[in-house]
Design a protein around this ligand. Structure first.
Ligand code: AMP
Ligand code: GLY
Length: 422
């Protein structure tokens, strides 16, 4: 089969890596791709918000199935567009993508269907937001309604700060948002639970935890993710049953009742408190860098999985996962997540021996005259699997040390809670 993957991050590189292993893959293209996908797929550079241009590529390359990696084109309706053109595409449509694209939509869906989540209010005027904030205990969580590339959530230690953040959002700080969501702060342990969904059923698609803060010990500014590991250590059968019965199944049922059955990957972001799951967020795609660790542990043919999902035949399929633990460490450009260095040459990548337990997924690189250069803040994902997390982390650290890149930095402590609590 011929596949196209849309996107240019480490997530898309790891999806390409897994597709490429299938005996059923004939052609693989990545739009626009990066310096890493270039080695296993044909990169075609195009603006992924230009749906017509994407469609033309899909047609001329004879693509059978398209996988959309990032949230932006999903929220903007790429799946609807390609469906209309009779192209097979894996991912949620524009309506369903509101689960991530509008926090107000997601929270109201929870409220209407008794799905456990932090108590909240949605406001489009400052007075309402201000009254609500006065009646909450600190810390208070203030969120922009729409997509904000991970920058639209503020945990405010004082009411004054919450008022400032709410005002900024209502005054248009984020173009995608004219509403603000104010939430109670939930204490507990975070867990990312993934599923793959078609019109008839859904399958478990792994668990992971990521590290969002830039500094070791989880301090400092928020980032897109400095590393991740899988599986999440504390998921029990009992907890999993609650996640399905109290959160996932009521959500999928509610979407069906709205006449828009959900299809695609679904990332269920949870807070676990006293053994009870609360929904923090939905993402309508795989996580990045969570996808990278999950692809290392996935044993079932990904072509088969996506083929089944797009034919609504997931219920016939058993998806198998390795018992191994997997870690990815994100190598970033110095300065990230603030101003960072770009176009800096990265040397010695070829010195790392890649195999089924050691991979480097490129997050933002390009290749020119056979040399690799950085092209963004999160640049490479040094990913390893082993029988335990500490060994996996050590392997990634050994591989990172072989890379010659003076402008890079990384966290040495990915998975520290899981490792130190042992
Ligand atoms: P979101 O984009 O909604 O996932 O929020 C980003 C991060 O903020 C989450 O991964 C949590 O760490 C944190 N967060 C969001 N909402 C809450 C909440 N109600 N209580 C505690 N932490 C939260
Ligand atoms: N790593 C967090 C995300 O993909 O949203």
């Amino acid at each position: 089969m011929n596949f196209a993957v849309i996107g240019s991050g480490g997530r898309e590189h790891s999806i390409c890596y897994k597709l490429k292993q299938s005996t059923r893959i004939k052609k693989l293209i990545c739009i626009p791709g990066n310096g890493g996908t270039q080695n296993i797929a044909k990169n075609i550079v195009e603006d992924i918000s230009d749906f017509n241009a994407i469609y033309k590529i899909i047609k001329s390359e004879n693509i059978d199935i398209v996988i959309v990696g990032p949230e932006q084109p999903l929220v903007e309706g790429l799946v609807d567009y390609l469906n209309k053109k009779k192209t097979r595409v894996f991912g949620p449509n524009k309506f369903s993508s509101q689960l991530e694209g509008s926090k107000a939509f997601m929270k109201n869906l929870c409220k209407n269907n008794n799905i456990p989540t932090a108590s909240f209010g949605v406001f489009d005027k400052f007075d309402g937001a201000s009254n609500f904030i006065q009646n909450l205990k600190v810390p208070i969580v203030v969120k922009a309604d729409g997509l904000a590339a991970g920058k639209g959530v503020f945990i405010c230690k004082t009411k004054e700060d919450a008022l400032i953040k709410a005002k900024e959002i209502l005054e248009g700080k984020f173009k995608s948002s004219n509403k603000v969501i104010i939430e109670e702060f939930l204490y507990g342990e975070e867990l990312s639970y993934f599923i793959i969904v078609d019109e008839n059923s859904y399958n478990f698609f792994g668990t992971a935890q990521d590290h969002k803060r830039v500094g070791e010990g989880d301090i400092g500014l928020n980032t897109g993710g400095m590393g991740a590991f899988s599986p999440a250590p504390f998921l029990t059968n009992k907890l999993e049953d609650k996640i399905k019965k109290k959160i996932i199944e009521p959500t999928l049922k509610a979407m069906k009742n709205l006449g828009e059955p959900y299809k695609g990957f679904l990332y269920v972001g949870l807070m676990i408190k006293d053994g009870e799951p609360y929904l923090i967020e939905y993402n309508i795609r795989m996580g990045d860098p969570e996808c990278q660790v999950l692809m290392m542990r996935l044993e079932t043919d990904l072509v088969e999985i996506i083929d089944c999902a797009t034919r609504n035949k997931l219920s016939n399929l058993e998806i198998k996962w390795s018992e191994k633990k997997s870690i990815t460490i994100v190598l970033c450009a110095k300065g990230y997540p603030s101003n960072y260095i770009r176009n800096s040459e990265i040397k010695n990548l070829e010195k790392i021996k890649l195999d089924k337990n050691n991979q480097i997924f490129h997050a933002s690189t390009y290749k020119k005259d056979n040399k690799f250069y950085s092209n963004g803040g999160r640049v490479l994902n040094i990913t390893s699997s082993s029988k335990n997390l500490i060994e996996a982390r050590n392997k990634s650290l050994i591989n990172i040390k072989k890379i010659d890149w003076v402008d890079g930095f990384f966290r040495k402590d990915i998975a520290w809670r899981a490792i130190d609590n042992k």
